[in-house]
Design a protein around this ligand. Structure first.
Ligand SMILES: [Zn+2]
Length: 452
C-alpha cells in the first residue's frame, strides 16, 4: 500500500496556488459560441502543461485548436485525460453575483464561468500531477492530455482529429472530463453517454406571408405542413415511426438492470423540481422508469417557430415554419442512420418539401461496468470519498466519448469535482474547494495505481 500522507499534505499546502492558477485560466474568456479568446486560452493551457514538463502541441483544426500534451513516466502504462478549455456563454450577465470572468472566492467555493465545466478539472488534475512530481520526482506512468476547444459546440472537429492522431493518442485508458458527487455526496461513475442527432426541419410555402383571408382557402400553409410532418414522427403512443429506427437498439443487460436498480428513486424529486404532474408512457417511477429514462431513444421537439406570436391577433398565413428536433440515441444506434431514415420517412409520407438541416451528431458509447479500469477508478475513489462510487451504466446526456471508446479502443471512466449545485452552463457556476481537493487526491491515487 502506498502511503498518501505526503501527497495529501502537498495538495492541501498548494491549494491556494492551484486556485490562483485556475483563476487565471477562468479570467481568460474562451467562449466557443462567440469565438472569444479561443487561441489565447489554448496557449494558456499549453503553458500550464509545459510548466509540468509536458511536451505540448497546439494543433489547428477547422474550428478551435486542440491542445495536446504528454509526459513520460516510470512505467509504460499510459493514462489519457480528455478535457476541454472552451466554456458556455456567460449570459445572462445580470444574474451573476460576481462577474463571470473575474473569479471570486466565497463560502469555500470559487465562482466563475468554466470553474467547474471544465477548467477546474484541468487545474485539479495538474495539481495532482504536481503532487506526484514533488513526491516521486517523476510520474508513475505516462500521462497524456487532449484538451479540445469545441466541447460546448458539439465537438465538431474532435472525431476527425482523433482518427488522424491514433498513434499520438495511443493509451491504455481514459479519464473523462466530468464527474462529481450527487445530493448524497456519493461520487458517480458514468459508464457511457447517449448519442445525439440534432436537426432543424424547415418548410417554405411562399416567398412572403399572405393575408389569411386571401391564402387560407387556396394557398399552402407552412405551419400546417410542418405540424403534419412532425405528427408523422411520433404519435401519442410515444413510438418513433422512422422505419428501422429501433433496429440497432441494444437492450440493457442483466448487469445494467442490477446497477439501475441500485440507484436512488428520482420520481418525486423530478415532480417537485420540474412541477410535472406525472410521466409519459404510464410510468410511475422505480427501476422501470430509470431504465426507460436512459435506455430508450427519443425524438424531442426542442423548439417551434412560425407566423405571428405577438399580442392580440394577426390574420396571416405564414410562408415559413421551422422546428429544432433532437434524437437521443442509445447503443448501438448511429446518427448517420437516423438522418437517412428521417429523409426517407418524410419523403415516403409526402413531405419532400420539408428540408432537413443537420446541426450535429454524436454516436452513443459506453464502457463495460466491470472493466478492470472502472474497478480501479472506483477502488481509488473509496479511500478519498469514504463511500463506494455509484456506477450508472448510461448517462442521459451526450458527449464525444465514441471516438475514444471505438476508435482508440479505450475504457473511459468519469471522475470529477462537480456537485448538484455547481450550476454548469448557468449563472454563478462554482466549484467547491473541498471537492476540488478530493478530485486531486483521487487522481493522484489513480495515477499511482494505474501505473502498476
Ligand atoms: Zn459543458
Amino acid at each position: 500500500m502506498t502511503d498518501y500522507t505526503k501527497i495529501d499534505t502537498y495538495l492541501e499546502e498548494n491549494l491556494d496556488e492551484s486556485i490562483a492558477e485556475l483563476s487565471r485560466l477562468v479570467a481568460q474568456p474562451s467562449v466557443g459560441a462567440q469565438n472569444l479568446g479561443m487561441r489565447e486560452c489554448a496557449a494558456l493551457v499549453a503553458g500550464m502543461l509545459k510548466k509540468r514538463g509536458f511536451e505540448t502541441r497546439i494543433v489547428d483544426t477547422p474550428g478551435a485548436p486542440v491542445v495536446y500534451g504528454e509526459r513520460k513516466g516510470k512505467s509504460d502504462r499510459t493514462l489519457l485525460f480528455y478535457d476541454h478549455y472552451d466554456v458556455q456563454p456567460a449570459e445572462p450577465l445580470e444574474l451573476w453575483e460576481t462577474p463571470p470572468f473575474a473569479p471570486s472566492l466565497r463560502d469555500g467555493k470559487l465562482y466563475g464561468r468554466g470553474v467547474s465545466d471544465n477548467k477546474g478539472h484541468i487545474a485539479a488534475r495538474l495539481l495532482a500531477i504536481d503532487a506526484l512530481l514533488a513526491e516521486f520526482g517523476e510520474l508513475p506512468g505516462n500521462v497524456k492530455f487532449i484538451i479540445e476547444g469545441e466541447e460546448e459546440t458539439s465537438s465538431t472537429n474532435l472525431h476527425p482529429f482523433v482518427r488522424d492522431h491514433l498513434e499520438l493518442l495511443k493509451a491504455d485508458a481514459c479519464i473523462w472530463e466530468f464527474g462529481g458527487v450527487d445530493h448524497r455526496e456519493v461520487p458517480i461513475e458514468y459508464l457511457g453517454l447517449r448519442g445525439i442527432c440534432y436537426v432543424e426541419l424547415s418548410v417554405e410555402t411562399a416567398a412572403i406571408d399572405v393575408h389569411s383571408g386571401l391564402g387560407g382557402s387556396i394557398f399552402p400553409n407552412a405551419a400546417w405542413r410542418l405540424v403534419w410532418a412532425l405528427n408523422t414522427l411520433k404519435g401519442p403512443d410515444e413510438h418513433i415511426r422512422l422505419p428501422g429506427f429501433y433496429a440497432k437498439v441494444r437492450k440493457p443487460s442483466a448487469r445494467d438492470i442490477e446497477l439501475m436498480a441500485a440507484l436512488p428513486e428520482t420520481s418525486e424529486v423530478y415532480q417537485e423540481q420540474y412541477g410535472i404532474k406525472g410521466f409519459i408512457k404510464g410510468l410511475t417511477g422505480g427501476v422501470e422508469m430509470r431504465i426507460e429514462e436512459v435506455f430508450t431513444p427519443t425524438c424531442t421537439i426542442c423548439g417551434l417557430t412560425s407566423g405571428y406570436q405577438g399580442p392580440g391577433s394577426k390574420t396571416v398565413q405564414p410562408a415559413r415554419a421551422s422546428a429544432k428536433v433532437d434524437f437521443r440515441l442509445v447503443p448501438d444506434m448511429d446518427p448517420a442512420d437516423v438522418l437517412e431514415q428521417l429523409r426517407a420517412h418524410l419523403d415516403a409520407e409526402g413531405f419532400n418539401d420539408v428540408q432537413i438541416e443537420f446541426l450535429g451528431g454524436e454516436a452513443p458509447a459506453r464502457t463495460d461496468p466491470d472493466d478492470p479500469f472502472i474497478e480501479l477508478v472506483c477502488n481509488t475513489a473509496r479511500d478519498v470519498y469514504g463511500v463506494e462510487m455509484q456506477r450508472i451504466p448510461l448517462s442521459g446526456g451526450s458527449g464525444p466519448n465514441a471516438p475514444f471508446i471505438h476508435d482508440l479502443g479505450l475504457p473511459v471512466a468519469s471522475a470529477g469535482l462537480g456537485h448538484p449545485d455547481a450550476r454548469g452552463h448557468a449563472p454563478n457556476e462554482n466549484v467547491r474547494l473541498d471537492l476540488y481537493v478530493k478530485h486531486a487526491r483521487h487522481m493522484a491515487r489513480l495515477m499511482v495505481a494505474f501505473a502498476k
